[in-house]
Design a protein around this ligand. Structure first.
Ligand code: HAM
Length: 428
């Protein structure tokens, strides 16, 4: 036998026994974004490399170390998208969606980063991103956060997630702060680890992200960004907090939350959990008022977030708090040649009459025991059995697979009644 070819490290298959949970999660998300009036946008997975360099920033981990970049056959430098915001802005500018307009958009799909794979961190992962354009106030920032809080509630995850917020203020305020922080860190250079020394030179705010316990005390005494906030950013932040308070969303103001992408200003936020180990951020975002202009459009305020679906699925596997339906409701078994065509006919008739009913018809023949075993394995609640006697009489034998209930033989009208009850119980 020839050697099997394996998937690429950090790029996972989502197998049939997992895809039900993914679909259930995606369904909840689709309903959520629709309930806030957001429209879906679908962008290509590959973009010009320049797009990500210009938006995420040349001296970020993503652009410096993590992008899947290659030359295509024309010699153009292309990159598998590491995130969706840049593509969304590119598409918005290109199709005139942003010019003097408001847009509330969302997208879902795979993203690619060449990071070291571990639990919750992959090289191909999936995000749902939500972006709002043309709105500069704290009201829309609050809407996005409120939306995420509603999602955690729907998924049964609220108790495991904490909201951290901060403001990166204006570019000018941040530049002043950067200078003060750089002075402080230079004075403590001996206490910095290797990674932080590198960041001090390229992107000093990112030093604040360090989880190194040896640096925790020194960093806690570093100058605080909020001491450098400009007045408008301060009142924006206060107004956001007021809104969150008004709807009972609790948050922590984390002065060291700076995010790893360069495009942010003012509001930034993350939802974090302790239940996933090192990769505890399940959802993150913020305001990026400069990006639309930076990518060639007219200055347009914008804010958004993205969540990592793998991380949410991991949490949901643990909590079991999202109902994952079995893939089959009804299994149809046919005993003997004469039952085969009537079995096919009743399967189609049921699909005609009961929307969303999932009917699996036994294929491949075999004896009663074998067919029932398959029926059981399918996860169906009910098996419909057709043998010679049923065909003669125009009846159906019903076997309840998940409840202690006697088998019964019924006509079509009763069969339909039973199936409709089953279906309505499922939807409850
Ligand atoms: P990000 O913080 O780079 O932000 O990613 C958002 C989320 O994607 C993370 O919180 C995490 O849940 C998930 N994620 C990131 N990298 C990985 C990975 N290697 N494996 C698994 N999950 C991962 C952004 O991407 C911004 N575009 C968010 C945004 C939208 N800001 C404004 N609008």
């Amino acid at each position: 036998m020839s050697k099997q070819i394996q998937a690429i490290r950090g790029m996972n298959d989502i197998l049939p026994d997992q895809s039900g949970r993914w679909q259930a999660l995606e369904q909840v998300i689709r309903q959520l974004v629709a309930s806030y009036g957001y429209s879906e946008i679908r962008m290509p997975i590959v973009e010009q490399t320049e797009l990500f360099k210009r938006s995420i920033g040349e001296v970020t981990d993503i652009v410096e170390k993590e992008m899947y970049t290659f030359d295509d056959r024309n010699g153009d430098s292309l990159t598998l998208r590491p995130e969706g915001t840049a593509s969304c802005v590119r598409a918005g500018n290109e199709h005139g969606l942003l010019y003097n307009q408001q847009q509330r958009l969302w997208y879902m799909g795979p993203m690619f980063r060449h990071e070291r794979p571990q639990k919750g961190r992959y090289r191909q992962f999936h995000q749902v991103g939500v972006e709002a354009f043309g709105l500069g106030g704290p009201d829309i920032d609050a809407e996005l956060i409120v939306m995420t809080a509603r999602l955690w509630k729907a998924l049964g995850l609220s108790e495991y997630l904490t909201l951290e917020i901060n403001s990166l203020a204006s570019n000018e305020a941040r530049a002043n702060y950067r200078a003060a922080l750089t002075d402080y860190l230079q004075a403590h250079e001996a206490e910095l680890d290797e990674d932080s020394v590198r960041r001090l030179a390229s992107n000093p705010l990112r030093v604040l992200d360090s989880k190194n316990p040896a640096m925790a005390d020194m960093l806690s005494r570093a100058p605080k960004l909020s001491e450098y906030w400009d007045e408008e950013s301060r009142s924006h932040f206060t107004a956001l907090c007021e809104r969150l308070d008004a709807v009972g969303i609790t948050y922590v103001h984390n002065e060291r939350l700076v995010r790893g992408l360069d495009y942010y200003n003012r509001t930034v936020f993350e939802w974090v959990t302790e239940s996933l180990g090192a990769q505890g951020t399940v959802c993150a975002g913020g305001r990026y008022d400069g990006l639309v202009g930076q990518l060639g459009g007219k200055h347009t305020p914008a804010v958004g977030f993205a969540m990592g679906l793998e991380r949410l699925v991991l949490m949901l596997e643990h909590t079991q708090s999202l109902k994952v339906p079995d893939p089959v409701d009804i299994y149809i078994a046919a005993m003997g040649d004469s039952a085969e065509l009537p079995a096919l006919q009743v399967a189609e008739k049921l699909r005609d009459h009961v929307p969303h009913l999932r009917v699996m018809q036994h294929c491949g023949g075999g004896n009663f025991g074998k067919q029932l075993k398959r029926a059981d394995k399918s996860g169906a609640a009910l098996a419909i059995i057709l043998g010679e006697a049923e065909v003669q009489a125009g009846t159906y034998t019903l076997k309840y697979l998940r409840e202690a209930r006697d088998q019964e033989t019924v006509d079509w009208t009763t069969l339909l009644e039973r199936v409709l009850i089953l279906q309505s119980e499922k939807e409850d």
